[in-house]
Design a protein around this ligand. Structure first.
Ligand code: PEP
Ligand code: MN
Length: 336
């Protein structure tokens, strides 16, 4: 059960509601986010919802049978919109394109990508400065100095930043320089990181784990929300299978299924999803048609020279065509 409390509820009224919830045999979890104040009641007992609903201080109450509660569409029917400022809003009704290199490599590289994004009216640049790599000898990113440079150039050009955070201790150093924190597939169930991002108050793009189920992804998002941060988007980035003709299996089934289960925006990452640059475009277009609220993909001025993930990175010419076609596909989808 979820109880949304009235704004600024006095402590005595809150205490009465908490006691009532406990009285019917439920565990009462208090959740305060940047948007509202809730009690999430966990329990199985049957009860008359009206006894709680009529208490002073209760704004709204719902039974939610899913394991995840606050991110469920059973609780909130209206889709969540994430406002990054300057007119950049992510969520249903908009189609958000986020693009950039796998890794931030140099000042020149950032400038070239920014120029390409601006020419195509793309408002969000991706790029990792802390890179999770399979080999400890591979390039692991420019770190916080790279992020500061990334931030300076993007700010000068009106571009928002999405970049991966790998551990709790990085959040404090990064928070002033990011617009969206990315949680990578390898950290999708790093619950300490999710807890901390709940308190960080900046929007989070949460990737599905390498072998993660949708239920696990949704529960991971519930960690962030229940720690105080409602600004979450989910990202399908492919799951591991026995097939090795491509890097991962981009699970586009996840898009309509997630959108039915949660009010959070759903973004697709075709670059990691298929791992082959020649096939990023058809999978991106398929993602649009499947109902994605946005696509995040890798582009670089010279993909063959990229420090990481070059094999799945498109060049600027390909990127330009991809952007144009995704927008056409989105218009077509909206016209149905
Ligand atoms: C990335 O976005 O470059 C990345 C490492 O993604 P993932 O966590 O999906 O592998
Ligand atoms: Mn990558």
């Amino acid at each position: 059960m979820i109880i949304q409390l009235q704004q600024g509820i006095p402590d005595q009224l809150l205490e009465v509601i908490l006691q009532e919830v406990k009285g019917i045999g439920f565990k009462a979890n208090e959740v305060k986010t940047q948007e509202a104040h809730y009690i999430v009641g966990i329990g199985k007992k049957d009860f008359d919802i009206r006894t709680l609903g009529q208490l002073p201080g209760v704004a709204d109450i719902h039974r939610v049978s899913d394991e995840y509660k606050l991110i469920s569409r059973k609780w909130r029917v209206n889709p969540t919109l994430i406002d990054l400022g300057d007119g950049v809003v992510i969520g249903e009704g908009n189609f958000s394109i986020m693009a950039g290199p796998c890794s931030i490599e140099s000042e020149r590289q950032i400038e070239l990508v920014v120029e390409h994004l601006k020419a195509n009216e793309v408002k969000v640049m991706r790029g990792g400065v802390f890179k999770p790599r399979s080999s400890p000898y591979a390039f692991r990113g420019l770190g916080i100095d790279g992020l500061k440079m990334f931030h300076r150039i993007c700010r000068e050009n009106g571009i928002k930043i999405i970049t991966e955070v790998m551990q709790v201790s990085q959040i404090e150093d990064m928070v002033d320089y990011v617009d969206v924190f990315q949680v990578g597939a390898r950290n999708s169930q790093n619950f300490n990181l999710l807890d901390a991002l709940g308190e960080a108050q900046k929007p989070v793009l949460l990737k599905r784990g390498i072998s993660g189920t949708l239920e696990e992804l949704l529960q991971a998002a519930e960690y962030i929300f229940s720690n105080g941060n409602e600004k979450i988007m989910l990202c399908e980035r492919g799951i591991r299978s026995y097939e090795n003709a491509y890097r991962n299996v981009l699970d586009l089934n996840a898009v309509p299924v997630l959108k039915a289960k949660t009010h959070l925006p759903v973004i697709v990452d075709p670059s990691h999803g298929i791992g082959l640059r020649d096939h990023v475009e058809p999978m991106s277009l398929a993602a649009v048609m499947a109902g994605a609220d946005g696509v995040i993909y890798e582009t670089h001025q010279k993909p063959e020279e990229a420090f990481s993930d070059g094999q799945q990175t498109v060049n600027f010419q390909e990127s330009e065509r991809l952007i144009r076609r995704m927008r056409q596909a989105f218009e077509l989808r909206e016209s149905f």
